[in-house]
Design a protein around this ligand. Structure first.
Ligand code: NAD
Length: 485
């Protein structure tokens, strides 16, 4: 159902709002109510090509500015986001489905901080002077923007994840073409309104709303882009890596991080952290707790506490302040969650809570927070990322082999270890094949400036977002030598 007041979302290319050349559009639906929220222009390759040309011009203007001037642009975007904070949070809750008070506002605030951090960091970005072996030579290296940077973002954090790329790209002087997930195009357009209001040079940041397979692929494969940032699934990561082969690339992909409870852990703290990590954003988080690995000694207490946490969640309309978990974002998520639960039960798991759709809601995307005990090691849910609100608990007789079990996973993004023993904390911290290991914190503990990304040899991506690491990703080192003889 739509009304005549349905808003229409457009691209922003070369300093102007515009529809896709094809004139095609699609409808954006709310996952919590099924209502039509907006119509969205649907771009294809030609729109991305136009945006790439515009971004080259935008880059050339930005590159001539000082770091201080670009820093000020970033702060202006943050100021505009502050003015629209309520609209951004409401759009996020309506279109993505996360609870407004506990998750949507914090995501908007993180994104505002992301622009402010980039504004600050870029002012202190230094090069180096390298001593030369040859008399009469001087050598310096400086960091320069890569040029035109293509950014492709997912739907699970549709305000903050784009800012992780957009803010450092702008601060460093890259022109940008951004293709967000089509299912959170309204969030993207609302964020773009803040960027436009900040008064950037034409072409500096271009928004193209359209499918990843066409509009996004053009950005990845077109020789006019000089760096690519993708946050998405491992499957998309593999395609993008091939289609953009040879370009500098940052790939932030999936996880299925275990939270490991060692014998001496503060078990209550560990179980609560696991539960938080399982149900935050209804489990649709790359750094979600994917599974708990626990010894028999602590199993009962961990299972009881996680079940109590799950049963206390308020699963409801994301726009209600009391809601603590919203719907899943799409039907694919429901299907995968259901398949993973059925597979685990077939392989002998115990259903401790949930396990089905929640009746009586305005859409069929609300899933009951689920707890599975005694999950077998070969269950799909232990092996593969679920991206849904399920807590699988895998039990081991003792601690021997826990490190090896954690490292046998194909993902290596974010992991937790609960222990009070310093030696064990180091043993696991250094030994886990994971980009991030949180000792005595949830898997999804992270701050904007902390390096974050997948471990080598796993399917979780390459490169590091966060703080200085990200500025380094979107810039390149230029070496200049001088002969002064
Ligand atoms: P997805 O891979 O389906 O889509 C991600 C983006 O890629 C979307 O914008 C999509 O339109 C685009 N895309 C799809 N095919 C493409 C192609 N051939 N060429 C170019 N672009 C293409 O992922 P999703 O469902 O939107 O997001 C969920 C996934 O993202 C999960 O696996 C999750 O773990 C991962 N993720 C990772 C991080 C991280 O920081 N590592 C953060 C959030 C989400």
């Amino acid at each position: 159902m739509s009304t005549s007041n349905t808003p229409h979302m457009q691209n922003f290319i070369d300093g102007a709002w515009c529809d896709a050349r094809s004139g095609k559009s699609v409808k954006a639906k709310s996952p919590s109510t099924n209502l039509i929220l907006a119509t969205v222009t649907s771009s294809d390759r030609v729109d991305s090509q136009n945006a790439i040309v515009a971004a080259q011009k935008g880059h050339e203007i930005l590159a001539k500015m000082t770091n201080w001037e670009r820093s000020s642009l970033c702060n202006r975007v943050a100021d505009e986001m502050v003015k629209r904070r309520d609209l951004l949070a409401q759009t996020l809750a309506e279109e993505q489905g996360k609870p407004i008070a506990s998750e949507a506002y914090p995501e908007v605030d993180a994104a505002i901080a992301g622009f402010r951090n980039a504004a600050e960091m870029v002012k202190w970005m230094e090069g180096s002077v390298i001593p030369a072996e040859t008399p009469g030579k001087r050598v310096i290296s400086i960091r320069q923007p890569r040029g035109v940077y293509g950014i492709i973002t997912p739907w699970n954090f549709p305000i903050n994840i784009p800012v992780e790329y957009l803010a450092p790209c702008l601060a460093a002087g890259n022109g940008v073409v951004w293709v967000p997930s089509p299912s959170t195009a309204i969030c993207a357009a609302r964020l773009m309104e803040c960027i436009v209001a900040a008064g950037l040079p034409d072409g500096a940041i271009n928004l193209v709303l359209g499918p990843g397979q066409s509009a996004g692929d053009e950005v990845v494969s077109n020789p006019g882009t000089h760096g690519i940032g993708l946050t998405g699934s491992p499957q998309t990561g593999k395609i993008v890596a091939q289609r953009g082969a040879g370009k500098p690339m940052l790939l932030e992909l999936g996880g299925n991080g275990p939270l490991i409870v060692l014998d001496d852990a503060d078990v209550a703290k560990a179980a609560d952290a696991a539960a938080f990590g399982f149900y935050f954003n209804a489990g649709q988080v790359c750094a979600a707790t994917g599974r708990v690995l626990v010894t028999r000694k602590n199993y009962d207490e961990v299972a009881e506490r996680i079940t109590a946490y799950a049963n206390n969640l308020v699963v409801n309309d994301p726009l209600a302040n009391s809601t603590t978990m919203g719907p899943l974002h799409n039907a694919g998520g429901i299907l995968k969650t259901t398949q993973h639960i059925e597979d685990a039960l077939t392989k002998g798991a115990d259903l401790l809570s949930g396990g089905k759709l929640l009746a009586g809601q305005k859409s069929d995307l609300f899933f009951a927070p689920t707890v599975l005990g005694n999950v077998s090691e070969d269950a799909l849910i232990n092996i593969d990322e679920t991206f849904g609100p399920v807590a699988p608990i895998v039990v081991y007789e003792d601690e021997a082999g826990l490190l090896q079990a954690a490292n046998s996973a194909s993902q290596g993004l974010a992991t937790s270890v609960y222990t009070q023993n310093l030696a064990k904390a180091f043993q696991f911290g250094e030994g886990l094949q994971s980009g991030l290991v949180n000792i005595n914190s949830p898997t999804c503990y992270w701050e904007l400036h902390i390096p974050f990304g997948g471990a080598a040899g796993k399917d979780s991506g390459v490169g590091r977002i966060g703080g200085i690491s990200m500025l380094n990703e979107v810039t390149q080192v230029k070496t200049i030598t001088f002969d002064i003889t």
